[in-house]
Design a binder for this molecule. Structure first.
Ligand SMILES: Cc1ncc(COP(=O)(O)O)c(C=O)c1O
Length: 427
């Protein structure tokens, strides 16, 4: 039995059955490459689902971890350490928000955002404002797997097995302003959006939709909450994807790349929203620990020092342009979209999307498929044009082979049909 097979057997026996893993055993990484136990290098265009913003083995992250772990890893939130205020200052400046709360994951950040929205509406009601408790989320949204997050996540498969989910959530058709207007009322305490939907298929909101969501929320005192867990922290070429739209939400949530691979989430909000919480209403044991804060600060510094937002825009635009050129040659690609290094190519069939991910893996390139037919690329921000060229060449080969295989299948079917017709006549 290989090491991988031993681990597979042990996991099958010992772990809850939640993941359908690819049979790869990774042991280390370097830059944009992750390396398996045989020493094979894989070009990682998914970066741990949008987490490893600086790639693997980055000296800035290693140094921050080493320095902070020698000093202090954990204190609890009963005491002060120097990281939270410093990180909050950086993040509030970058996002246009006033205050921060730190936690450990995306779903946890989203839960906090939902609690803030309900508590805020409660305060407004106490002040005589006519406002309810309902959340308006979007179709195809994904906000996480905890109860509140799952309840605001669109696809039935995430919610149904756990029913009843958190009540008072309604879904609005994606980018449908009329539907948003029809479903918005004083009953709504918050409108929940991803400026670029991630799991939903890398779909950017329209300017019109997000502006209308902002205006409607403002008109009643409801909040606009932007989930930037996948599209935020520089991935789209701006610190937050909502900054492409020139609007300011009341709350935003960050996680995935925030601390470059160390688990961390953050909720950022306006001063108005911040008055919803007082000590005891929310908290976490690990959230905002010294280690995660130190690494997050180092990641932000490095993104700034190395101009990685500009790189995300430049290489992301190049990626999309190359995918469009590929689409011009391969009918299987029906759409190319995204912003910065959040890129997608939508294919014309579920089977081909699955096959493409598997074939890319055979060629040592990691990507994934979301929403059945969408190839998703969430590479590290240090990606270079040459890496894009490698991926495009591989995709070109896969689609060309696919067309050839299909043509061969049609040919042999035609021959078989001709033979059986011939057989009829001969008989
Ligand atoms: C937009 C968005 N929100 C929330 C989450 C949940 O984050 P986590 O998996 O860290 O709980 C994700 C994860 O993919 C996400 O993409």
């Amino acid at each position: 039995m290989t090491k991988l097979e031993q681990i597979q057997a042990a996991e099958a026996r010992l772990l809850l059955s939640t993941y359908d893993r690819n049979p790869l055993l990774f042991v280390r990484g370097e830059g944009v490459h992750i390396i398996d136990e045989k020493g094979d290098r894989y070009l990682d265009l998914l970066s741990g689902i949008g987490v490893n913003a600086l790639g693997y083995g980055h000296p800035v992250i290693e140094e921050a971890i080493a320095r902070q772990s020698r000093a202090l890893i954990h204190t609890s939130n009963l005491y002060f350490h120097q990281g939270q205020a410093e990180l909050a200052l950086r993040l509030t400046e970058l996002t246009g928000m006033d205050r921060a709360f730190f936690c450990n994951s995306g779903a946890e950040a989203w839960e906090c955002a939902m609690k803030l929205a309900r508590a805020h509406a409660g305060i407004l009601r106490g002040e005589g404002v006519n406002i309810g408790t309902k959340f308006l989320a979007l179709e195809q949204s994904f906000h996480g797997r905890t109860f509140g997050a799952m309840s605001t996540t669109y696809k039935d498969k995430y919610r149904e097995p756990f029913a009843p989910v958190v009540p008072d959530v309604e879904f609005v058709r994606f980018n449908d302003v009329a539907d948003l207007r029809a479903k918005f009322s004083n009953e709504v305490c918050a409108i929940l959006v991803e400026a670029v939907q991630g799991e939903g298929g890398v779909r950017p909101l329209t300017q019109e939709f997000i502006a209308e969501a902002r205006a409607l929320a403002t008109s009643t005192g409801a909040l606009l909450i932007a989930d930037e867990i996948q599209c935020g922290m520089g991935r789209t070429g701006k610190w937050c994807a909502y900054q492409h739209y020139d609007i300011q939400p009341d709350i935003t949530t960050l996680a995935k790349p925030l601390a470059g691979g160390i688990p961390m989430g953050a909720v950022l909000c306006s001063e108005e929203v911040a008055r919803s919480f007082h000590p005891g209403m929310h908290g976490t044991t690990f959230g905002g620990g010294p280690l995660a804060c130190a690494v997050a600060i180092a990641v932000i510094d490095h993104i700034e020092n190395e101009n990685l937002l500009a790189n995300a825009t430049e290489v992301g635009d190049y990626f999309q342009a190359q995918l469009r050129a590929l689409a011009a040659r391969h009918d299987a690609i029906v759409d190319v979209r995204g912003k910065g290094l959040m890129v997608a190519a939508e294919l014309d069939s579920v089977e081909l999307a699955k096959l493409t991910v598997a074939e890319m893996l055979k060629r040592h390139i990691l990507i994934n498929c979301t929403s059945d037919t969408v190839l998703r690329f969430l590479p590290p921000y240090i990606l270079e044009r040459a890496h894009v060229d490698t991926a495009i060449a591989a995709l070109d080969e896969i689609f060309t082979e696919h067309v050839a295989t299909q043509a061969a299948a049609v040919e042999s079917e035609t021959q078989a049909a001709a033979q059986s017709i011939g057989g009829l006549y001969n008989g």
